[in-house]
Design a protein around this ligand. Structure first.
Ligand code: OAD
Ligand code: ZN
Length: 249
């Protein structure tokens, strides 16, 4: 179980950052990327989730996202998501940085949320001169039709507000995350294999900046050794426990 250091760190923290990956949504039924049954292996996402694929055949890429929307639409947040939202409500300053696009953190009530890789329910314009190029809009239609969807402002193609392979992340999102990491006392990394940058570098950055860094993952990762503490447990079990011992009763 958690060390007294972790519990004290959470109780006394003025500023907390939580970084999550696909593993936090595994107990909601979202397939992870790596490991057994990885979604991306099955659906060749590495070839579909690219700007090149979209340029060549936008309808095919949109069909893939329609499929992913159908898979994600009925899924519910799990106790891990709720525990993260509950921690946010207890500490003075809190930032959640997620690599997940499934929107489940927001459904669970997380407020200060940085979605590094975008959000499956958002779309944006492909025309860089259009205001919807930067302002993505929520669109929960399942499936989106007719294909391909077009921008109501300028008529250009709309695309999923998702970071594709080969694309760079939103600079503002990274800057906000780094700012939060620099000032946090406690950093919790949960459900990520920590192999995809820049998220993978964030736990060590937090450690270097003096935060207590706690990992939650049923498997050890390349990071585990370098952090203050690593708990080999599912996040849907470990995070509610951590909240309970720190703030419960
Ligand atoms: P991965 O699929 O790489 O890693 C999921 C991690 O979750 C693994 O380390 C598992 O051991 C762990 N895990 C599994 N079940 C868990 C549970 N119940 N509780 C806690 N952890 C559990 O997913 P990410 O690290 O999120 O990028 O992958 C990072 C990025 O790679 C994704 O955001 C995606 C992909 O390329 C983009 O789409 C841009
Ligand atoms: Zn437009």
């Amino acid at each position: 179980m958690f060390s007294q250091n972790a519990i004290t760190a959470l109780r006394s923290a003025r500023s907390v950052v939580v970084l999550t990956g696909a593993g936090v949504s595994a107990e909601s039924g979202v397939p992870t990327f790596r490991g057994a049954g990885g979604l991306w292996r099955t659906y060749q996402a590495t070839s579909l989730a690219t700007p090149e694929a979209f340029a060549k055949d936008p309808n095919l890429v949109w069909e893939f996202y329609n499929y992913r929307r159908e898979v994600l639409a009925p899924l519910e947040a799990n106790p891990g998501h709720y525990a993260i939202a509950a921690i946010e409500a207890q500490v003075p300053d809190f930032t959640l940085v997620t690599q997940n696009i499934d929107n489940l953190h927001r459904i669970a009530g997380s407020k200060n949320l940085i979605e590094l890789h975008g959000n499956i329910w958002r779309v944006r314009c492909t025309n860089s001169a259009c205001e919807r190029f930067t302002n993505s809009q929520e669109n929960r239609q399942v499936p989106i039709s007719p294909l391909p969807p077009r921008c109501g402002e300028c008529g250009s193609l709309l695309r999923p507000h998702i970071v594709w392979f080969g694309e760079t992340l939103d600079g503002n999102a990274i800057r906000s995350a780094v700012k939060a990491i620099r000032k946090c006392d406690l950093f919790i990394v949960a459900g990520t294999s920590a192999v995809v940058q820049p998220a993978a570098g964030m736990p060590l950055m937090a450690r270097q900046e003096g935060a207590y860094v706690l990992e939650i993952n049923p498997e050890r990762t390349d990071l585990s050794e370098a952090l203050n503490e690593s708990i080999q447990e599912a996040s849907g079990v470990a995070l509610p426990n951590l909240f309970e011992v720190a703030f419960g009763g």
